[in-house]
Design a protein around this ligand. Structure first.
Ligand code: ZN
Length: 218
């Protein structure tokens, strides 16, 4: 059902904001698509009744109300939020070849960014106690243990400057120094440390800086 290239239809006029139908391309995420068009993630979710942002199919058509850009003619690349020059060049190369997978499937109860006057360095994904937490990408386990508010935590170092952090775990199931493949079970969801209800707190760090994981997860 995917047409040649990105088949994108402008439904109304060319003045902004415009209404656009976007056909999901391989590697795109709802979050990235929303960012590209300059609309809120919630807007896209509501307009399309998306139940699970982690599960949109290639070829699926998404209605983008209030789009600030005409339809993308190529797959929307990962756009780097920390970059000074925010690239709108859709042919720009992604910053990394790593493809991070969701460590636990589910909705996000708390996103990255400002939260109650503080900065939330990751995303929270509620899940039942004992749900398997999987490595988002291959790498080497550089920390396993308990760290204050994080409770039981696993940190994986990936190629380049990326690290992922998995916190509030009930049990950690890897040893420090181990090499893990993407998708390997590394821990179980819990509520250790400062956690209200069992959930995974997941961070993605580039060097020391926390990044919004939604920019990378696919
Ligand atoms: Zn959190």
């Amino acid at each position: 059902m995917v047409g040649a290239a990105a088949l994108l239809v402008i439904l109304s006029c060319r003045t902004t904001p415009m209404r656009v139908i976007h056909t999901v391309q391989a590697g795109e995420t709802v979050y990235r698509i929303a960012r590209y068009y300059g609309v809120g993630l919630d807007t896209v979710i509501r307009a399309n009744r998306v139940r699970d942002v982690t599960n949109v199919a290639v070829g699926q058509k998404l209605w983008i109300p209030q789009a600030r850009k005409p339809p993308a003619s190529r797959p929307i690349p990962l756009e780097v939020s920390w970059s000074r020059r925010v690239s709108h060049d859709v042919s720009a190369r992604p910053e990394t070849d790593l493809a991070f997978a969701w460590p636990v499937r589910g909705r996000i109860s708390s996103g990255f960014g400002r939260r109650r006057g503080r900065h939330h360095d990751g995303i929270d994904i509620p899940a039942r106690r004992g749900t398997w937490i999987r490595a988002a990408e291959a790498g080497r386990v550089i920390h396993v243990g308990a760290v204050g508010d994080y409770g039981k935590v696993v940190i994986i170092k990936h190629s380049g400057v990326f690290k992922t952090v998995y916190a509030h775990n009930r049990v950690n199931r890897v040893r420090k120094g181990a090499f893990v493949e993407k998708g390997d079970v590394i821990a179980e969801v819990g509520a250790t440390g400062n956690a209200r209800g069992s959930h995974l707190h997941f961070e993605l760090r580039r060097g020391a800086r926390a990044q919004d994981p939604l920019l990378y997860l696919r």
